[in-house]
Design a protein around this ligand. Structure first.
Ligand SMILES: *[C@@H]1O[C@H](CO)[C@@H](O)[C@H](O)[C@H]1NC(C)=O
Ligand SMILES: *[C@@H]1O[C@H](CO)[C@@H](O)[C@H](O)[C@H]1NC(C)=O
Ligand SMILES: *[C@@H]1O[C@H](CO)[C@@H](O)[C@H](O)[C@H]1NC(C)=O
Ligand SMILES: *[C@@H]1O[C@H](CO)[C@@H](O)[C@H](O)[C@H]1NC(C)=O
Ligand SMILES: *[C@@H]1O[C@H](CO)[C@@H](O)[C@H](O)[C@H]1NC(C)=O
Ligand SMILES: [Zn+2]
Length: 517
């Protein structure tokens, strides 16, 4: 009796909350149309630039995050930005990129080879000598901002020497050369990425460095496959401190959440915060008294950077989205993507929208799919339906590639020695567990990156420069244009504005026709 009542109640509430009537759809569209018609171009110079990179946050991850947070019709904070486009993420040598080359394209405006950092495509992976040539080295948006008298910095949930932040300050023929212990024989002329951050320009001039990766900075730390170590017995955190002292600069070094919340902003122009030996924890596992969240770090970063009257450049990486996808944990990846949106909201609260170019994008996709045909309003982590082939249920989410735990197939031999391929039944498992591995079709060591386009969302000065299908390295050039040009300086802006008004008038006309019918 009771369960019947519960089922009825659920059905009733579902039908009430998920409207399907004509008026509902018309109102939804009308609201969007209003927004479209009131979109204005901001032709100011971008004094500040904030770039959020959801690592591995392809369009399907964004869609799943939206559903996770509020259902199909929900809109994430950055999905309300007035301008957006797509980015083609292929690298100089690969159809599907890694984070090192895609970050180099985004931050330095040139496509290069997979697994290389801050150098052009003349440098093959591992070619130390070639990476030392000045003409092979690329200048990043962080370096450009510093040269323009702005402040610059980055926040990441990864090691601060990892592939996405690396290209902001380092030039390395191999992304894995994060610490000297990871550098092979014959590369002695090249400096590891951690030392470049502390000793070289622009690394040592960065105003904010927040993330993980302590082991790459300290002597006698234990190296393993996932964590760097120093073999040269240097303490790079002490070296950082000495450099700032010698130059008479105001700095703070923090190592846990309490210190990040209490450092003296007024007396800090340079902030170094390393909160873990390796990458930071997944948000759902984070020790809240010890480790800051991505939002906490973003707030601290902006407090330091906004002190500069000339403005700032800030890169924020939600890196654990990618980590979780590689392990085939879609729920963790989506939860990390949800936390990154929280950090976007924190940043939006702290900025002046008129003079801050605010970008949210990704470096590459993953192979996550959203499969047919779950009911509207259903939980994104549940069963979508049963296979018409064998009657076995399948989940709404799956991956094309994955590690052993994502490979749910087995060979079944019947009494007549006939063999068939079977698949584990997900309705007998807890698909809502954080660490549930959604099924993957092709078995690899882990889930691989995807080669699809990523979305770029933008608001603020010259955000309209993101407006169609772009090359990934175009982002650097558009940001540079936004940081250096204002409306009076360039015909391109006004020409486009005229063009846009014509388009807008035409579309109002068209819409009137459509609405009349
Ligand atoms: C570490 O340092 C020792 C002594 O300087 C050297 O023999 C060894 O090759 C180094 N190992 C690595 C991985 O660099
Ligand atoms: C934070 O770090 C400081 C300095 O190492 C230490 O004194 C303090 O106990 C730490 N706080 C917590 C909550 O771990
Ligand atoms: C969280 O971190 C604090 C400070 O380091 C520590 O005292 C506490 O035991 C940790 N909590 C858990 C659940 O690990
Ligand atoms: C498929 O999953 C649904 C929902 O979890 C469940 O009610 C149903 O019994 C499952 N069907 C099969 C054939 O396993
Ligand atoms: C199935 O194969 C096994 C091993 O090859 C064999 O011993 C057995 O007789 C076979 N059974 C049938 C029904 O063919
Ligand atoms: Zn990546």
């Amino acid at each position: 009796m009771n369960s019947v009542f519960v089922v009825l109640a659920v059905l009733l509430s579902t039908s009430l909350s998920l409207r399907t009537d004509k008026q509902f759809w018309k109102d939804l569209a009308k609201q969007e149309l209003e927004e479209a018609l009131h979109t204005k171009w901001n032709l100011h110079t971008a004094k500040n630039v904030i770039m959020f990179i959801g690592d591995g946050m392809g369009p399907n991850t964004v869609t799943a995050t939206r559903m996770y947070k509020g259902g199909e019709s929900h809109r994430l904070a950055y999905e309300k930005f007035p301008h957006m486009g797509l980015l083609k993420t292929y690298s100089a040598d690969k159809m599907v990129p890694d984070s090192a080359c895609s970050a180099t394209a985004l931050f330095s405006g040139v496509k290069n080879n997979k697994d290389t950092i801050g150098v052009d495509a003349s440098v093959k992976r591992g070619d130390c000598e070639r990476s030392l040539l000045p003409e092979a080295r690329l200048k990043s948006l962080a370096a450009e901002a510093l040269d323009a008298g702005k402040s610059a910095g980055f926040v990441t949930t990864m090691r601060v020497t990892h592939a996405t932040p690396g290209p902001l300050y380092a030039h390395s023929a191999d992304r894995s050369w994060e610490c000297d212990a990871f550098m092979p024989a014959g590369t002695e002329h090249c400096k590891d990425i951690a030392r470049q951050l502390v000793e070289d320009e622009p690394g040592k001039n960065l105003n904010v460095i927040l993330g993980g990766g302590r082991n790459g900075f300290l002597p006698s730390s234990a190296a393993n496959a996932w964590s760097c170590a120093r073999n040269d017995s240097r303490n790079l955190i002490e070296d950082y401190e000495k450099d700032k002292k010698d130059r008479g600069l105001k700095y703070s070094i923090v190592s846990n959440k309490t210190e990040l919340e209490t450092f003296d902003t007024d007396n800090t122009d340079y902030l170094l915060g390393i909160f873990a030996d390796g990458h930071l924890s997944y948000e759902y596992q984070r020790n809240e008294t010890d480790m800051p969240s991505l939002s906490d770090m973003v707030a601290a970063a902006i407090k330091v950077l906004r002190k500069n009257d000339n403005g700032y450049f800030l890169m924020v990486e939600g890196g654990n989205i990618d980590m979780a996808h590689h392990r085939g944990w879609a729920k963790v990846a989506i939860d990390e993507s949800a936390e990154m949106e929280e950090a976007v909201k924190v940043a939006l609260e702290m900025i002046d929208e008129e003079n801050t170019l605010f970008i949210v994008t990704s470096d590459h996709t993953h192979t996550l799919s959203i499969n047919g045909y779950p009911e509207r309003g259903s939980n994104i982590f549940d069963i979508a339906g049963a296979s018409t082939h064998d009657g076995i249920n399948y989940t709404t989410l799956s991956y094309s590639t994955g590690g052993p735990d994502s490979f749910h197939f087995y060979v079944h031999t019947d009494d007549n020695n006939e063999t068939t391929v079977g698949r584990r039944d997900p309705s007998k498992e807890n698909t809502n567990d954080m660490l549930y591995n959604q099924v993957a079709g092709i078995r690899l060591i882990e889930n691989s990156h995807g080669g699809g386009d990523v979305a770029i969302y933008a608001k603020g000065p010259h955000a309209h420069l993101f407006h169609n299908v772009h090359e990934q390295h175009y982002v650097y050039h558009a940001v540079m244009y936004a940081m250096t040009h204002s409306s009076t300086e360039h015909y391109y802006s006004s020409g486009c504005a005229l063009f846009a008004s014509v388009i807008m008038l035409t579309s109002i006309f068209m819409i009137n026709i459509i609405l009349t019918f």
